[in-house]
Design a protein. Structure first.
Length: 151
């Protein structure tokens, strides 16, 4: 006589799955009943004049009328007096440079930021503690120092 393919553990797992499904259905129905008893309405969240969420509706006397023409979408255009000239050439000091690996780091003298420097971006050979001038260029992981010269 052939044995059943249904093992004890398979049967137990199936029973657990069915019980879990029934419990979930009971909880769902209980929540429905509780919401009907509570009032069944949807609760609202309001935003007050300061931008905070509250459960009370806003005061109509605090309402401000705004013309649609006054709303500016996008970045405001710069005027000629607003142009700020920034020198692209920066000065700094080499904090670390490994000639065998071909990379190092330069600390900017203005803001003490550390920038990555690769041997391909060098004009002069550099070593640690050299004063250098450099330009910044966006790399894969942030700003990189390029066109690096000794000062």
């Amino acid at each position: 006589m052939a044995r059943s393919q249904q093992t004890y553990s398979k049967g137990e797992k199936e029973k657990k799955r069915l019980k879990k499904r029934e419990d979930k259905q009971k909880k769902k129905e209980a929540r429905k009943v509780a919401s009907r008893e509570k009032g069944g309405g949807i609760e609202f969240a309001y935003v007050d004049h300061n931008g905070n969420l509250t459960d009370t509706p806003p005061d109509p006397s605090m309402k401000i009328e705004i013309d649609a023409e006054d709303i500016i979408l996008g970045i405001p255009k710069r005027e000629e007096g607003d142009v700020v000239e920034v020198d692209p050439i920066r000065k700094g000091k080499v904090s670390f440079f490994d000639t065998s690996k071909g990379f190092g780091f330069i600390i900017d003298s203005e803001n003490n930021e550390k920038y990555f420097c690769h041997v391909s971006g060098l004009i002069d050979e550099i070593a640690e503690n050299d004063k250098v001038s450099f330009e910044l260029e966006k790399g894969m992981k942030g700003l990189n120092a390029v066109r690096v010269k000794k000062v």
